[in-house]
Design a protein. Structure first.
Length: 74
């Protein structure tokens, strides 16, 4: 039985192959959630908050989060 502390966690990065800036996919990977559910939660947050606050937070996250490191297969 493994716990959260057994495996090293990756940092919080924007995904290089995400749809819009890779924010949802990066957060989903960090929290070990499905990307689809993260996108659904984001859309719900956009609807409930009236778009503006969530849009500002999303763009801020895109600016603050580093891009996922690129690993080559060499």
């Amino acid at each position: 039985m493994s716990s959260l502390y057994d495996s090293p966690r990756r940092g919080l990065y924007r995904s290089r192959d995400g749809i819009i800036f890779g924010v949802c996919k990066g957060i989903a990977n960090y929290l070990d959630l499905s990307v689809g559910w993260m996108r659904v939660l984001t859309v719900i947050a956009f609807i409930v908050s009236g778009f503006f606050p969530t849009a500002v937070l999303y763009i801020l996250a895109a600016l603050v989060m580093k891009k996922e490191p690129y690993y080559s297969d060499y």
